[in-house]
Ligand binder design. Structure first.
Ligand code: KIV
Ligand code: ZN
Length: 552
């Protein structure tokens, strides 16, 4: 790196907009969305999608609710052309979905593009040419006027061919590519020159797409550029102002949100931000950010996991685990204190009584986008007893008493630490069974019968102790008291039951119950035990033996 970066790089000049309005505005409704997955996203793939992958992704985009989809660059290759033809000829686009196609200002390419659209119900023809000083100088070696002439000529070639698209509702779109690196005055001049050709009206608007082709400034500067254009361009009411941001400075979402505040009507982007270099704007994030503020995004991501699957299968890309909303880990807490807060927050929400979502660490309810509470809390060595208890409860209905959580939490934690990895709910259940339910030595139950007489309960028990049969009886004011007295009479050191609870683990005739019992030994030590049986009395007896065995 440079010792003095200012010798090699310079900041992007801000726009002069002293009375800017966008910082005082708030977003109140969804923009018009346009997916560019099948064009901008596709052209950024090392192996572009084949026709069947594009068809599958197209269908998924329609299902999400996109009404405008840039389906490709039909003049670029036969695959692109044929894909557009299949969409049209096989009637795959619903009547209310616009097929958008991109084209440069070259007559042969425009000719082929128009040909690709014949028979479409709704089509957007998207013309672009690059306008920034670097593009004018390095790529084209042309003056501003010459660059403007390219755009105007392209607009004319398209207009001349529109009669060929009889029966197709056509909307026209122009992008001064590299807009954000272009002088705003020149961006206005070239866009107005295209408007002069296409003659948009408030009833028949054209789309003016203002791309942040390569992000070169902070998002507030992009917002200023958008507001400047919105305020200074002629016939604003005949335009749909569209945003198209990229992520070179990781600010695609921020630039889009500020651009919307600045007056834009429409947003182009891709699922999960696929696109050239660091990617395009992630439309899922912007839509769900609106949703999080209580605004209907007009896109449906209620099955986000399946959308991720389709996207990954079609593009060969992967959604990173910490990608906003869609990443595998975004609704997951490993840290004990976060788990505890989430658990309490979810319990409060499920109990009802709160009008609006306010659960710590969860910006939205994961269930709204098809993700489960279960994946919210995961257990590794950083986790506390809360996470362990949550997984046992949510996955298996094992509702450990609070005090027992304090005992089992560290036991599970040591084991997870030893394994050195995340563990599943099923593994935690196995640990719990090993530690409590399957603890059958030295004491193991063979049979336990009770009878009541004059308010007292008498028990007769058959057990195995250290591999030898043992029989005893006892009396008390209930079965458990009778058991404790019987065990003490069989030379077990004195102990008392200090905590007891039980619940059903399953329902139906053969319902299984689980009992949790804490005992206190005469030497002061306390232990929990757990027992499982279809008979609740036997589950409790087993729980007492489990606790005794853990003391041994
Ligand atoms: O990033 C960009 O500028 C583009 C244009 C073609 C709109 O993709
Ligand atoms: Zn782009």
């Amino acid at each position: 790196m440079q010792k003095d970066p200012s010798k090699k790089y310079r900041a992007f000049p801000p726009v002069h907009l002293p009375e800017r309005q966008w910082p005082n505005r708030v977003l109140s409704h969804a923009p018009i969305w346009c997916s560019v997955d099948l064009r901008d996203g596709n052209q950024a793939l090392a192996v572009p999608m084949n026709v069947s992958q594009k068809l599958e992704l197209f269908q998924a985009l329609v299902k999400c609710g996109f009404k405008e989809i840039e389906v490709g660059f039909p003049s670029a290759s036969n695959t692109e052309f044929n894909f557009n033809r299949r969409l049209i000829e096989e009637n795959r686009a619903p009547d209310d979905v616009w097929l958008q196609v991109l084209v440069q200002a070259r007559e042969d390419l425009i000719e082929r593009t128009v040909e690709s659209l014949v028979g479409a119900k709704k089509a957007i023809i998207h013309l672009y040419n690059s306008t920034s000083p670097a593009q004018r100088r390095v790529v084209f070696g042309k003056s501003k006027d010459e660059i403007k002439a390219i755009a105007v000529q392209g607009a004319k070639w398209i207009k001349e061919r529109l009669p060929r698209l009889k029966g197709t509702e056509v909307m026209l779109q122009y992008s001064p590519e590299s807009f954000s690196a272009t002088e705003v005055e020149f961006a206005k001049e070239i866009s107005e020159a295209v408007m002069d050709v296409w003659q948009p009206t408030p009833q028949r608007k054209m789309i003016l797409n203002l791309p942040d082709t390569v992000a070169v400034a902070m998002p507030n500067v992009y917002a200023d550029q958008i507001e400047w254009i919105c305020r200074n361009i002629k016939n604003r009411e005949s335009l749909i102002i569209s945003l198209h941001t990229h992520n070179d400075r990781s600010t695609g979402v921020a630039a889009t949100e500020l651009g919307l505040l600045a007056g834009a009507d429409r947003v182009e982007g891709t699922l999960f931000g696929n696109g050239e270099r660091t990617g395009n704007l992630d439309v899922v994030t912007v839509a769900l950010n609106l949703y999080q503020h209580g605004i209907d995004p007009k896109l449906d991501f209620s099955k986000l996991n399946s959308l991720v699957e389709v996207y990954e299968r079609c593009t060969g890309m992967t959604v990173p685990p910490r990608q906003s909303y869609a990443g595998e880990l975004v609704f997951t807490a490993f840290s004990g204190s976060h788990q505890d807060a989430i658990k309490k927050g979810l319990a409060e929400w499920e109990a009802g009584g709160r009008s609006h979502w306010d659960v710590p660490y969860l910006t939205i309810d994961p269930a709204d986008i098809g993700r489960e509470y279960r994946e919210v809390i995961r257990v590794n060595s950083q986790s506390g007893k809360g996470g362990v208890a949550y997984l046992l409860e949510s996955e298996f209905g094992i509702d450990l008493p609070k005090e027992m959580q304090r005992e089992f939490g560290p036991i599970a934690n040591d084991e997870v630490d030893r394994l050195g990895r995340e563990v599943t709910g099923a593994e935690l259940k196995q640990m719990f069974w090993r530690e409590y339910v399957d603890r059958t030595a030295p004491w193991q139950l063979q049979s336990f019968e009770t009878e009541s007489k004059d308010g007292a309960v008498r028990c007769r028990a058959k057990m195995i102790c250290d591999g030898k049969p043992k029989e005893f009886s006892g009396e008390g004011n209930g079965p458990l008291a009778a058991l404790v007295h019987g065990l003490v009479s069989a030379n077990v050191p004195r102990f008392e039951i200090t905590n007891y609870c039980e619940h059903a683990l399953s329902s139906g005739e053969e319902a299984v119950a689980i009992a949790y019992i804490q005992i206190k030994h005469c030497d002061g030590r306390s232990r929990w035990g757990a027992g499982v049986d279809t008979n609740i009395e036997l589950a409790s007896v087993k729980a007492v033996l489990s606790a005794l065995n853990r003391l041994a």
